[in-house]
Design a binder for this molecule. Structure first.
Ligand code: SF4
Ligand code: FES
Length: 251
């Protein structure tokens, strides 16, 4: 089906999320809690857009809004910009020094509200993406704890968690770089726990934790031989395999 986004005709599949349709057609909508690998959180609301259907306009969250019929979409109307500005003021009240939020706030003219006292070292906007990443990997080592102003993401009682394998996926997906991960002398430290790093069998670079490899080893659908390589060497090996297949095909 064809839908109109900011005046541009775009092809959409029935049920496809509006954000995906926009991006595929080169229309940028800001996001924070969205990851292509972990869609469907819909918590930060920064990706809101205006949808006009049968003459009626409403505000929807584009990353979780499935396109079901012919609609017209406005991604950057005054109404939407004003709403994003308000959202960003609230985020600034929580994480005033965070670079990602400051950059977006500047774009929308949002300023730090004066009437709140703020913790300048805070970077987490409580979007929940890291928790979802950990859950999807099957570890569930972190979750949101406490309520109100003390709400945060943590391991149970802030203790080193036995479920955490130190893979760093939580830090990787975090939109505001709020999760501290340090690597020094072959040790990765994350969530108050130290993990011994293992080296890539080919290039010798540290690339994963011992616990990560043990975890992968338990999954039958992985080839441990391949998993002992860092991403760079894996790509190189895949390239070599492709080359071999191509050579065989030519003969
Ligand atoms: S740590 Fe990052 S990903 Fe996790 S809730 Fe906070 S902002 Fe979101
Ligand atoms: S990106 Fe859509 S709600 Fe966060």
């Amino acid at each position: 089906m064809i839908i109109k986004i900011d005046g541009k005709e775009c092809t959409a599949q029935k049920g496809e999320y509006l954000l995906n349709v926009a991006r595929r057609n080169g229309i940028e909508i800001p996001t924070l809690c969205h990851s292509d690998a972990l869609p469907g959180i819909g918590s930060c609301r920064i990706c809101i857009v205006e949808v006009v259907e049968k003459g009626r306009s409403r505000i929807v969250t584009s990353c979780i809004f499935p396109v079901m019929g012919e609609i017209e979409v406005l991604t950057n109307s005054k109404k939407i910009r004003d709403m994003r500005k308000t959202l960003l003021m609230l985020y600034l009240a929580r994480v005033p020094e965070n670079e990602t939020i400051k950059k977006l706030a500047k774009e929308y003219g949002a300023k730090v509200p004066q009437r709140f006292s703020v913790d300048k070292s805070e970077d987490c906007i409580l979007c929940g993406l890291c928790v979802k990443a950990c859950e999807s990997l099957g570890s569930s080592a972190i979750s949101t704890v406490n309520r109100g102003v003390t709400k945060k993401v943590s391991t149970p009682y802030d203790e080193p968690s036995k479920e955490c394998i130190g893979c760093g996926s939580c830090a990787f997906v975090c939109p505001t770089n709020a999760i501290r991960i340090e690597e020094k002398n072959g040790i990765r430290t994350i969530w108050n726990k130290d993990f011994e790093l293992v080296r890539c069998k080919k290039c010798g670079e540290y690339f994963a934790t011992k616990e990560q490899i043990e975890y992968i080893n338990k999954k039958k659908d992985f080839n441990l031989e391949d998993e002992m390589l860092c991403d760079k060497c894996k790509k190189k090996k895949a390239g070599e395999r492709l080359k071999d297949v191509f050579e065989d095909y030519k003969e």
